[in-house]
Design a protein around this ligand. Structure first.
Ligand code: SAM
Length: 334
């Protein structure tokens, strides 16, 4: 059942549905439910027949009992994490910025190029639905076709049209001229598309261009100024992930040297690999070996009081720069 036709009350998994199988925050897979289908992963074998009739969000155990997964309904955020990569994609930190600063709302008409893997397109579609529309263009035919299939599979094809077109060479189609609220460009030479962006946007409409290099940004900004765009602003979104967990902390000065050295030799949590397999299995079940009540004995036998506050520390491998987002507003009257 396409997501758009399913009421919130009947979020029951059916044959043909796309399910995001969640193992842990950084490990998910999009699976289409098929009769007699099976998913195999490190937690065992999961027959699709056992998923049908269960509600989205449920937990299911692997057949050999090694662990469990959650079966989640696809959202644009989850799809971005689970989609098959055909190109580099935009992630949610950039996507949320784009949707917000393009001032998208239900009813908006948006142009996008290139479509790529359709990561951004799903969020654009949700923002403008049910009455708006996303027209997305890619000059790579197979990519455009694969994206079209994904949009149909995820129930957003009613608000998304994919076409094969060289936007840098031909610009956006004439028939959309003057009625577009927002344009998003993820192209190697976005400045070449600006004259057709001017033609497409309604007065006060907004454009956003994503580029990895500052030289591309400079050329785009020059052409935007030449075409009298206003409020030209470039942002760099830097993603920094934090690990949040409960940790035993000694609160007593009685802590003996032996206890201290034992704590100090334990591998600090931020040194653990993010993809490390948890022997207990199942999402995020990174259990502590320590006493869950937070007490531990010193070598001398006296109880050292410990608390288990929530600790947040940044991951050492900060993903950092993905690119620059340049926004501008059409200032000319049509
Ligand atoms: N933003 C997309 C996402 O989040 O999935 C990724 C876009 S990908 C990095 C860039 C895409 O632009 C590629 O699929 C490429 O084929 C397309 N492209 C490059 N030059 C183009 C052009 N002149 N006209 C249309 N599409 C183009």
């Amino acid at each position: 059942v396409p997501t758009e036709q399913r009421s919130e009350k009947s979020r029951v998994i059916c044959e043909g549905d796309v399910v995001v199988v969640y193992e842990r925050h950084d490990r998910m897979k999009a699976v289409t439910v098929a009769k007699n289908g099976e998913l195999q992963n490190r937690f065992g074998v999961f027959p699709h027949n056992e998923w049908m009739g269960k509600e989205f969000g449920c937990q299911v155990k692997g057949r050999n009992g090694a662990g469990f997964v959650y079966l989640l309904a696809p959202t644009p955020e989850l799809w971005t994490l689970a989609l098959p990569h055909r190109t580099q994609i935009l992630y949610i930190a950039d996507i949320s910025f784009v949707v917000s600063f393009l001032e998208l709302r239900p009813g908006s008409v948006v142009l996008e190029s290139g479509t790529g893997s359709g990561s951004l397109t799903h969020s654009l579609a949700r923002a403008v639905a049910p009455t708006g529309h996303v027209h997305t263009f890619d000059f790579h035919e197979q990519r455009a076709n694969a994206a079209r299939e994904d949009f149909a599979r995820n129930g957003v094809s009613g608000v998304v049209t994919v076409k094969v077109r060289d936007i840098q060479g031909e610009g956006f189609p004439e028939e959309l001229a003057g009625c577009v609220d927002g344009v998003f460009l993820d192209l190697p030479q976005p400045w070449l598309a600006i004259p057709s962006v001017v033609r497409s946007l309604r007065p006060d409409g907004l454009v956003c261009s994503f580029s990895p290099c500052i030289e591309q940004v400079q050329r785009t900004c020059e052409v935007l100024s030449k075409h009298q765009f206003a409020d030209i602003r470039t942002f760099e979104v830097l993603l920094r992930s934090y690990e949040v967990r409960h940790e035993n902390l000694s609160t007593s000065f009685e802590c003996s040297e032996q206890t201290f050295s034992k704590e100090a030799t334990k591998s600090p949590p931020h040194k653990r690999q993010r993809g490390e397999v948890d022997e207990k299995g199942g999402p995020e079940s990174e259990g502590h070996a320590e006493d869950p009540n937070g007490g531990s004995k010193t070598a001398a036998g006296s109880i050292v009081k410990q608390s288990r506050p929530v600790i947040a520390r940044p991951y050492p491998e900060t993903k950092g720069h993905t690119g620059y987002l340049t926004f501008a507003r059409q200032a000319t009257c049509m």
